[in-house]
Design a protein around this ligand. Structure first.
Ligand code: ZN
Length: 213
């Protein structure tokens, strides 16, 4: 529900496309994949937690995160509830640490590969501390998972598709992890994330990615 009491849920979209279909669309520079910053193949679940980007903003960065609520528990709807201010703070002791938080991400990729979008990529999602990194505007993608843990093949497939679509529509020059833009403060997605696999699937040069040590 939005603050005015109206429903925040937009119509459900179709399933995730294959990487090939997203790439095939390159001729049209993503035409048809995006509508006012909303990705056609994501399930739209509009969050009230967003703001407009500065008029001069250039969205050239994708930031990859991991999250699960409570940590290590997958397959529930609690991340979606957090990002839409619907989470029951009393449902789990861990949620006390989040009580009152108003946050969002542009995208969330469940373990099954299912994709949700909460904020238009033309707008700024409320992800504390990294809305502007070195003057860059970013699109944030949360993967359902645990910091340092592994991610599912279906998640990489969806992530690759949505990144390919973002590359078609926005002047993306870099992909990075939350841990790389907030060193010492954040550790997601962590050592279990396969950066070289993502790089290979997108066919981008290594300079577009964080240095892997
Ligand atoms: Zn993060």
């Amino acid at each position: 529900m939005l603050p005015d009491g109206s429903s925040s849920e937009l119509p459900q979209r179709a399933t995730t496309p294959s990487v090939r279909s997203a790439t095939h669309d390159r001729v049209g520079e993503g035409a048809g994949l995006w509508q006012q910053g909303w990705y056609r193949y994501a399930r739209a679940l509009a969050s009230p937690n967003f703001g407009s980007r500065p008029a001069t903003a250039v969205t050239d960065l994708i930031v990859i995160h991991s999250i699960s609520l409570p940590p290590g528990e997958f397959g529930n709807q609690q991340v979606q509830q957090l990002f839409t201010n619907q989470l029951d703070w009393d449902a789990h002791p861990y949620f006390q640490t989040l009580r009152g938080l108003q946050v969002s991400s542009h995208f969330f990729v469940a373990r099954s590969g299912a994709l949700w979008q909460f904020v238009s990529c033309d707008d700024r999602a409320w992800h504390a501390g990294e809305s502007s990194y070195r003057g860059r505007s970013n699109c944030g993608i949360e993967l359902e998972g645990l910091e340092g843990g592994l991610f599912e093949a279906a998640q990489y497939e969806t992530l690759s598709s949505v990144c390919a679509a973002l590359l078609l529509h926005y002047p993306i020059t870099h992909l990075t992890g939350h841990q790389h833009i907030a060193p010492g403060r954040k550790q997601d997605p962590g050592s279990g994330f396969n950066w070289s696999g993502l790089q290979a699937s997108l066919g981008l040069p290594a300079k577009c990615f964080p240095v892997i040590v």
